[in-house]
Unconditional design. Structure first.
Lengths: 708, 69
């Protein structure tokens, strides 16, 4: 057995570590800023720095920039060592690194400008979506290439988690990002309404599962035993954890759509799988924590272990809470409230954040070959960040409960006790302030980490190529490799069949989805008509401003919701909604039946400054819409795109759309003039008013019977 | 709700892929030993670590006796 000498690539690990920290700070800063915008709406600076535009920036930056780069850092470090091989290709590593940073920069340069696809956690527009797919595949090739040239036959459990991540995220991203480009930076989702919602939350849930959970579990299985210097509590349990988790996770998505217009059986399926997920998740948590058995004393003076213990505990809390929230009775309370915000921040700040911090404190001194600059400072980071999580989540749990019970409270006379939505918001504003304070503590901790790590790096020297040696992998099936390569395939008819089946399925899916979707977009309610050109433009402004980050368009079939908002939502009402705008959080009221509720002049004044119409409102002002001209040059291509997607505008309508648009705009402008408001009919505010006045009115004239 | 068919087939596709790799893992003996791998991963960068801590200037040659587990 000959020993082969090779080097581990530490430079790529260091590079990913640098951007993890850098983007992490940026993402947390944006988070703190938007947390302050809620109690202090004066911090909304038109037009690029309103809550609706910055919130997607925060979520995307945390998920794809902070956790994404953190995941790559950990994978590039551990994969090489577990496989006893350098990464497959340094060039691919570099392309992966720079490609991913470019995607992040382009996200930061598009989202504040309102360039968004309007689907949560998938807001980036189509050219960036394509770039993500390409860079992801490059990462996949690099990983599988390393696996193939490995010097260790056994694939340690962490590697299985990495494989699951690479494969599944690719499928999720491609299916959810099916969109029809209208122009270079604007597209429409090929799915509409309920279907779009289902695809989105199938993606959304599994993005949590396969982007924020499985890769980090892999990291846990590597870095926790390394940091304690003890094997994982039960390797057998880790194998069961992995296989059970991935087979269950992908079916749980519909629990994001309980009580909506989604078919009941799909909702129940999602609930059943969500509840079952407790078993593998807690198996994993117990496995991680019990690795410290007999070594708990080390947690006292080992800061990375402190971070790991809290991270794993947060994972356990979030994965207990998740299944509970997927129960319909519980979901009815938590959905649309700040409870969900608390839940995701236990996961994001606790699980992903703390695991990343722990890994950084463990890894940077090692690749720089020097002890950590200050253990004390790291300890300070741990405590202040832990306090930060508590100050963040506990007020949000309170806010969630409070608001829900205010929403649903009736007086003895059977009318809503708090008919004005704003009352329920004002009540929880102190909680929003506390939450921002929690975020500030967490960010402070992260900043001390930056200082600590930079000092550490400067006191050491990066070992760019870490020498290692290992015997080459012995070939096991020697006789099978003789002869031509395709002999190997020919001897395996069943595998071959499977392989071609998969390839055909992929090809078929790619081909089928667009046609399939268009054919199924047949309206189920006769009175539901496509949007007029002006309303369509208004809708795109609604999407652009990220209104869905605070307003839902989905009334659940509860008395307290129908009393407040009107008739509950029907699936047939959304057939022309590309993309759907159901939202997931009600910082403001539901808008599904907004049409006709207020006069045009109310909307005009409310857009200019929400506080003139609703004193105490926390909505950002949109006075710029009164200044901005509506871009009517995009009307024709938008109508054509909608026609391609199956929206029944008459043939050749794109040519006369703008004439119809102006006609409707003049009517609204004239109506506003009656109330003494002088505004040109070619302004954006006219379009958004037209859209808001259209919302939910199509079925108002209908006699509604039963559930359909 | 035809989109459910797409989602179910995409999910099944992924699940089938994992099922195949699970069978592969079992058949090729990945799980015959469910203890050693957990210990082995602790040792695999002992050699470079030793060099790094002993020789500060990093210019040491790679030739070192292999460590026993």
């Amino acid at each position: 057995m000959t020993l082969e000498k090779f080097n581990y690539d530490n430079k790529i690990v260091r590079n990913f570590a640098v951007v993890t920290v850098m983007w992490g700070i940026v993402a947390m800063l944006v988070g703190l800023f938007i947390a302050l915008q809620i109690p202090f709406p004066g911090l909304n600076f038109e037009q690029h720095f309103t809550f609706g535009r910055l919130r997607p920036l925060h979520t995307n930056a945390i998920i794809f920039a902070f956790v994404g780069n953190g995941m790559f850092m950990g994978i590039y470090y551990s994969l090489q060592r577990l496989l006893k091989a350098r990464m497959f290709s340094d060039t691919l590593s570099r392309i992966h690194f720079w490609g991913w940073q470019l995607i992040i920069v382009s996200a930061a340069l598009t989202l504040p400008f309102g360039i968004t696809a309007g689907k949560e956690y998938a807001e980036l527009e189509w050219p960036i979506d394509i770039a993500i797919a390409i860079v992801w595949v490059i990462f996949g090739i690099n990983m599988f290439g390393t696996i193939i040239k490995r010097r260790e036959r056994h694939l340690y459990v962490a590697i299985w988690f990495y494989i699951a991540t690479v494969v599944t995220v690719a499928v999720l991203h491609i299916v959810n990002s099916m969109e029809l480009p209208v122009s270079f930076l604007k597209s429409y989702s090929v799915y509409a309404g309920v279907q779009d919602a289902l695809v989105q939350w199938w993606y959304g849930h599994n993005a949590v599962a396969f982007f924020l959970t499985t890769p980090y579990l892999g990291l846990m299985y590597y870095f926790v035993p390394k940091a304690v210097n003890r094997p994982i509590y039960s390797y057998r349990l880790s194998i069961i954890h992995f296989w059970a988790l991935i087979f269950l996770y992908i079916w749980a998505g519909p629990h994001h759509l309980l009580y909506t217009a989604l078919p009941d059986w799909a909702q129940s399926l999602g609930v059943v799988f969500s509840v079952m997920l407790i078993a593998p998740s807690w198996g994993g948590m117990i496995n991680g924590l019990l690795t410290l058995r007999g070594a708990w004393d080390r947690v006292r003076d080992n800061v990375e272990l402190k971070f790991f213990v809290v991270a794993i505990t947060a994972y356990g809390m979030a994965t207990f809470e998740g299944p509970m929230l997927s129960l319909k009775s519980q979901n009815a309370i938590a959905h649309y409230t700040d409870w969900i915000i608390a839940h995701v921040h236990i996961g994001g700040m606790g699980w992903n954040g703390f695991l990343t911090f722990g890994i950084l404190y463990w890894l940077i001194p090692r690749i720089y070959n020097t002890p950590l600059f200050s253990k004390k400072l790291a300890g300070f980071h741990f405590w202040i960040a832990t306090l930060g999580i508590m100050f963040y989540t506990i007020p949000m749990y309170f806010a969630g409960f409070t608001q829900h019970f205010m929403w649903k409270e009736f007086t003895e006379d059977g009318v809503l006790r708090y008919p004005n939505f704003l009352e329920t918001v004002v009540q929880i504003v102190p909680m929003y302030k506390l939450r921002a304070f929690g975020g500030l503590l967490y960010l402070t901790g992260a900043l001390t980490m930056v200082y600590n790590l930079v000092k550490t790096a400067y006191s050491g020297k990066l070992i760019e190529n870490e020498p290692a040696e290992a015997p080459a992998l012995e070939k096991v099936y020697v006789e099978e490799h003789k002869g031509h390569w395709h002999r190997w395939i020919e001897r395996r008819p069943i595998q071959m069949l499977m392989l071609s089946l998969i390839l055909i399925l992929i090809g078929g899916l790619v081909e089928l989805i667009p046609t399939f979707m268009i054919k199924s977009n047949i309206p189920t309610i006769a009175s539901v008509k496509p949007y007029t050109p002006l309303e369509l433009q208004g809708r795109d402004i609604y999407v652009r401003e990220g209104c869905y980050t605070c307003h839902s368009q989905m009334i659940r079939p509860f008395r307290f919701e129908t009393e407040r908002y009107g008739e509950y939502s029907k699936p047939g009402e959304f057939v022309y909604d590309h993309p759907f705008q159901w939202g997931s959080k009600r910082t403001g009221p539901d808008l599904q039946r907004e049409g006709g509720k207020y006069p045009n002049s109310w909307h005009y004044n409310h857009m200019e400054d929400p506080r003139t119409m609703s004193p105490g409102s926390i909505m950002p002002p949109y006075a710029a819409m009164i200044e901005n001209d509506l871009d009517t040059s995009s009307t024709a291509p938008k109508i054509r795109a909608m026609q391609t997607l199956g929206v029944p505008y008459p043939a050749g309508y794109d040519a006369q759309a703008n004439a119809d648009l102006m006609k409707q705009a003049n009517l609204i402008s004239a109506d506003l003039a009656k109330d003494g408001i002088k505004v040109m009919s070619n302004k954006e505010v006219i379009a958004i008013i037209a859209y808001l006045q259209r919302l939910g009115i199509d079925i108002k004239g209908e006699k509604l019977t039963g559930n359909k | 709700m035809s989109v459910i068919i797409i989602l179910i087939s995409a999910s099944l596709l992924v699940a089938t892929g994992f099922l195949i790799s699970f069978f592969w893992a079992v058949k090729t003996g990945q799980y015959e030993d469910d203890y050693t791998p957990s210990v082995r991963m602790l040792f695999d960068n002992e050699l470079p670590k030793e060099e790094n801590t002993v020789e500060k200037n990093n210019s040491v040659s790679n030739i070192k006796p292999q460590n026993d587990l």
